[in-house]
Design a binder for this molecule. Structure first.
Ligand SMILES: CCCCCCCCCCCCC/C=C/C(=O)SCCNC(=O)CCNC(=O)[C@H](O)C(C)(C)COP(=O)(O)OP(=O)(O)OC[C@H]1O[C@@H](n2cnc3c(N)ncnc32)[C@H](O)[C@@H]1OP(=O)(O)O
Length: 242
């Protein structure tokens, strides 16, 4: 005689399989992690709105929120670990590129070069990241709790269509604005001659980083378009090894 699960739809079976493989401890940890991250990015959103309402300008906003931003964006490194140990079904490479590029933007560009912190482009990518992350982490939280409102699912898999390019524009303009300061100061660079006999020019490194968006960003974007088709339209997607 067929069991209840064998009688269920393909979708039900897939959900049951997923629950079994994830395990209670992993689910509890992910729920805690996602709630903490949603709260962190919400705190950031409230701080930005309050600052703007009080001061009427974006100047000084980055400095005001820098600690919270650095903390929560750095905390996101755990996501690479989640993929690596297999508690979320996401590619380590896709997540690694996404998280590392953000951490690089925060620590090695915006935080290191004070002169660019009041650029509009900084506010652009910080606002875009904040909206995206509040949506993404609340999606994961409600999903884990099996109470996912449709509008959150819809927002998770539609907003990126506009937000991703906007975020990338903000990031690229910020790196571009930093170039003259990096060239003048020679920061993070190593000139010859030195005892290691190696040279490194951060200015050219930043140009290479900017160019690397050309092959890497489309891959992230198309990955999200595939996820969108899978989740919103139920398409079965056979992913190549990323
Ligand atoms: C040294 C310097 C190097 C620099 C290199 C520079 C190059 C950089 C090029 C690209 C730069 C990009 C810059 C980024 C800018 C921005 O972010 S702009 C703002 C807009 N951004 C977005 O919209 C982000 C979109 N990206 C993402 O969401 C992720 O980062 C992702 C990794 C691409 C997400 O993909 P994925 O996880 O595969 O998709 P999901 O559908 O969300 O999840 C898949 C399954 O995994 C489960 N899951 C994932 N995470 C969690 C979690 N935390 N908790 C619980 N569950 C999770 C999810 O539920 C799915 O499960 P199933 O439904 O069971 O499959």
């Amino acid at each position: 005689m067929a069991s209840g699960e064998e009688d269920g739809t393909v979708e039900e079976k897939e959900t049951n399989n997923k629950k079994r493989t994830k395990g209670a401890i992993a689910t509890a940890w992910l729920t805690f992690y996602n709630i903490a991250m949603t709260a962190g990015w919400l705190v950031l959103a409230v701080a930005m709105v309050r600052y703007y309402l009080q001061k009427g300008t974006h100047k000084g906003l980055y400095r005001n929120i820098a600690r919270t931003l650095k903390f929560f964006q750095t905390f996101a490194l755990l996501e690479v670990g989640h993929c690596a140990i297999g508690i979320v079904r996401t590619s380590v490479i896709v997540t690694g590129v996404q998280v590392c590029s953000r951490i690089f933007m925060v620590w090695f560009v915006t935080n290191s070069i004070r002169q660019i912190q009041n650029e509009e482009s900084v506010i652009l990518f910080v606002v875009v990241w904040t909206i995206t992350e509040i949506t993404r982490y609340s999606f994961y939280t409600f999903n884990l709790l099996n109470h996912l409102p449709y509008f959150i699912k819809w927002a998770r898999y539609n907003m990126f269509i506009v937000m991703y390019p906007l975020g990338v524009i903000g990031e690229l303009l910020t790196i571009h604005a930093s170039l003259p300061y990096v060239r003048r100061s020679g920061m993070y660079s190593l000139r010859l001659p030195n005892k290691y006999n190696v040279s490194f020019d951060y200015y050219y490194f930043l140009i290479i980083v900017m160019l690397s968006y050309i092959p890497l960003f489309p891959q992230l974007y198309f990955h999200m378009l595939r996820q969108r088709r899978r989740v919103l339209h139920g398409e079965i997607i056979v992913e190549k090894d990323e």
